[in-house]
Design a protein around this ligand. Structure first.
Ligand SMILES: *[C@@H]1O[C@H](CO)[C@@H](O)[C@H](O)[C@H]1NC(C)=O
Ligand SMILES: *[C@@H]1O[C@H](CO)[C@@H](O)[C@H](O)[C@H]1NC(C)=O
Ligand SMILES: *[C@@H]1O[C@H](CO)[C@@H](O)[C@H](O)[C@H]1NC(C)=O
Ligand SMILES: *[C@@H]1O[C@H](CO)[C@@H](O)[C@H](O)[C@H]1NC(C)=O
Ligand SMILES: *[C@@H]1O[C@H](CO)[C@@H](O)[C@H](O)[C@H]1NC(C)=O
Ligand SMILES: *[C@@H]1O[C@H](CO)[C@@H](O)[C@H](O)[C@H]1NC(C)=O
Length: 690
């Protein structure tokens, strides 16, 4: 059936039913499509970075709000990034194969997250997708498709790693996030999956728009191996081509909207209307949870927010409860009713979808009346429409005709400063001879269901919000090997805890990426670095030990303060950067690319460990090398503030240890000591009284 035919059917039904009922629930004409679940996306990139190091108590609570059935969002799909060592929006996630000669399944936090999700809901489906790739995948080119067999091998190794190391079954695999697809590769992926015992792993293609539909229609082999067409930000519409493939249609990434009440309105509208308008049977939120530092791109575009592992504070925003309206009363495999017989638009605006359990016995109806201005998503533009308060009559027919009452869950988003009413159980709705009346206001969600399981989960309020605590110290001894250090958020390159060759240093953290990855961002980024702390930091002391190894090493290292960019813009970051180079030079620059050098000179470099110390205070910066004063300079007014950062000059190995970040007061005391042999006039700033 074509998309046009659907519209025609529902239009006719709307005309006929005005005199009788506003919503007809009738399974006598069969079912619509199968429901494939609502999900959240961790990664794309590094969006769960700060979640993993929450205190256990709050972390378990957060995971319950996301995954525990009949508690909170009760998500049905978890989609994760297959780390590719490349910046993928809010950071980089580590690849399981930085190099062709090694494999490691202890890196990053997505494994951990998948295990935690499965613990809470063994039926949750897992979906994985790469954003970028380690450079070697390109086989000398900058394309991941240079050798489709190499890429397929790399991806299937990840799927196998999930099984072997974590007993995780990956249900769905994607192609390349929001980039071109390659049909030869898709076929190669299918055959490598089949050869290695992963016949049940289904391919979603191509995580961009609907373009691949035309190829699916032309190519019967491709049609056989694509399980669902996954489109991003479809604006609730699918194309005629997509519908006529006969394939499942998914909004395989959607939402990406600030998680206030308008974000909740966006999510409520698209969860219903992606099916009503576009026949999409799964919708996945980017992102699952906003767990990345404020001021990185798309801050708080997740279903909830957890950005303070140091305090344990987190916020369960309304999108969690909007999700619950569908997920707590359906399962993957339930069936939508047909358009006009349980699925459609309300006479005065808003929409409804009815879903039926596989046995045909249970019924859930989700109704939303989100107004235009209160449900705008980040993209695409939302054409004007109106919604009015309305009374609707619901008529149950055929198998449902004898239902006498349905349970009612209610939300009303508030935009006048008072708290929203979210996910409240109300008195059951009584049906008389299969009919009931419902009064609908604006910006409301109502779920009617024959199920009685729904629960609005709760925990005591989390600890209150606090600023990033200073001083902050990390000697990296407390980590498992290969773990990513907690607060350091890699923007370019990746950091991993390794054992130092020098036993007196114990465990250290290493920049791991040797060559530029196959990028996801529009620009190829060099200068591997990680940000830490608070983007509002102005005056700061930051110190770190480093060693540049003998083989595969980087050309230099740096510490920095007031770093003002991350994400795909990481390469244009400004701040105060103190670089040290093994050819016995240092540079202080105002930008990462060192186009604006503030100071430079020589330093005594020798093999082994060294220490870089940087203090910025108002318009001054002071630096020390191996705890001896090196420079004291005036610095530009811009940027005014930013993160602390640690990084390297280019791809290649560098080891770091004993990170120490403190207030400028504490930093001054240290610097006074480091500069105690200097009497230079220019150091008045250090030696003057506080
Ligand atoms: C692996 O997971 C399956 C469920 O997917 C479970 O039945 C089995 O017991 C698990 N095996 C181990 C060793 O934990
Ligand atoms: C809905 O019905 C109630 C009770 O019959 C009435 O008070 C109200 O005005 C109606 N609302 C609308 C929008 O028609
Ligand atoms: C509804 O009730 C009537 C009268 O008891 C009965 O004949 C009919 O089979 C019932 N329908 C369903 C679908 O249960
Ligand atoms: C629904 O409202 C209509 C019109 O106001 C009324 O005739 C009917 O009895 C109501 N139905 C129920 C089940 O209350
Ligand atoms: C090991 O590190 C310590 C502390 O940085 C240093 O004093 C020592 O010389 C190093 N040993 C070697 C063999 O490099
Ligand atoms: C350095 O790179 C070579 C390949 O160029 C590799 O074989 C070797 O294992 C690397 N060494 C380290 C310490 O990463």
């Amino acid at each position: 059936m074509t998309f046009v035919a659907y519209i025609a059917v529902s239009y006719q039904v709307l005309l006929i039913k005005q005199s009788t009922a506003d919503i007809i629930i009738d399974d006598s004409l069969g079912y619509g499509r199968d429901f494939d679940g609502i999900g959240g996306l961790s990664g794309g990139g590094a969006t769960s970075k700060l979640l993993v190091n929450y205190p256990q108590e709050q972390r378990d609570q957060i995971l319950d709000f996301l995954f525990k059935p009949n508690f909170g969002a009760s998500l049905q799909i978890l989609k994760v990034e297959i780390g590719g060592d490349a910046q993928s929006t809010d950071g980089t996630e580590a690849s399981h194969m930085h190099n062709s000669w090694e494999e490691n399944y202890a890196r990053g936090y997505e494994w951990w997250l998948m295990v935690e999700a499965k613990k809470r809901n063994p039926n949750i489906k897992l979906y994985a997708l790469p954003w970028g790739f380690p450079g070697w995948i390109g086989q000398g080119t900058r394309s991941p498709y240079a050798n489709p067999g190499v890429l397929a091998d790399y991806i299937v190794r990840w799927i196998n790693g999930a099984r072997v190391h974590y007993n995780l079954t990956i249900d769905y695999i994607g192609i390349w996030n929001e980039k071109q697809y390659d049909i030869t590769y898709i076929k190669s992926l299918r055959s490598v999956l089949d050869q290695r015992g992963f016949q049940d792993v289904l391919i979603i293609a191509a995580d961009e728009k609907w373009e691949i539909s035309a190829d699916i229609k032309k190519d019967t082999d491709l049609a056989k191996i694509v399980h669902a067409v996954g489109c991003h930000y479809p604006g609730t519409l699918s194309s005629n081509d997509a519908v006529s493939t006969g394939k499942k249609l998914w909004a395989s990434e959607d939402y990406s909207t600030f998680n206030d009440e308008i974000g909740a309105g966006c999510w409520a509208r698209i969860l219903n209307q992606n099916y009503v308008n576009g026949l999409m049977t799964s919708t996945i939120s980017w992102n699952l949870i906003a767990s990345y530092y404020e001021d990185l791109p798309y801050y708080r575009d997740g279903l909830m927010t957890a950005v303070q592992p140091w305090s344990g504070n987190y916020v369960v925003q309304s999108p969690i409860w909007v999700t619950a309206h569908t997920t707590q009363f359906t399962s993957i495999g339930w069936k939508y009713l047909t358009h006009g017989n349980g699925v459609g638009k309300l006479p005065k605006g808003g929409s409804y979808v009815a879903l039926v359990s596989p046995a045909g016995s249970d019924l859930t109806v989700v109704i939303e009346t989100m107004t235009h201005d209160h449900s705008i998503c980040i993209r695409p533009a939302l054409p004007k429409y109106t919604v009015k308060a309305q009374n609707v009559t619901i008529t149950l027919k055929n198998h449902f005709v004898n239902i006498t009452h349905m349970n009612v869950w209610f939300s009303k988003l508030s935009f006048n400063g008072t708290p929203s009413t979210v996910f409240i159980k109300q008195n059951p709705l009584v049906f008389v001879s299969g009919q009931a009346n419902l009064s609908l206001g604006l910006d409301e969600m109502i779920t009617l269901t024959t199920l009685s399981e729904g629960v609005k989960g709760s925990y005591p309020p989390p600890p209150s919000s606090k600023p990033f605590p200073l001083p902050y110290k990390d000697n990296f001894e407390g980590y498992s090997l290969s773990e990513e250090p907690f607060m350091l958020a890699p923007q370019i390159g990746t950091l991993e805890v390794v054992k130092s060759q020098n036993t007196s240093h114990g465990q250290v953290v290493r920049q791991m990426v040797l060559h530029a990855p196959l990028k996801w961002c529009p620009i190829t980024l060099s200068f591997p670095y990680a940000v830490i702390g608070d983007h509002n930091w102005r005056n700061l002391f930051i110190e770190i030990d480093f060693e540049i190894p003998d083989v595969n090493a980087t050309d230099g290292v740096f510490v920095a303060a007031r770093v003002n960019e991350g994400g795909c813009e990481a390469f244009i970051a400004h701040g105060i950067y103190f670089f040290a180079f093994p050819d016995a030079r240092y540079i202080v620059a105002n930008d990462l690319a060192r186009t604006k050098v503030l100071s430079q000179g020589s330093l005594p470099y020798g093999k082994g460990w060294h220490t870089l110390s940087l203090l910025v205070q108002e318009q001054k910066a002071v630096g020390a090398y191996d705890k001896k004063g090196l420079f004291s300079i005036d610095i530009p007014t811009i940027p005014q503030s930013g993160f602390g950062a640690v990084g390297t000059d280019n791809f290649g190995l560098a080891d770091f240890d004993n990170l120490y970040i403190a207030t400028h007061e504490e930093g001054r005391a240290k610097m006074k000591n480091y500069f105690r042999h200097h009497v230079s006039q220019s150091l008045y700033f250090i030696h003057e009284q506080n």
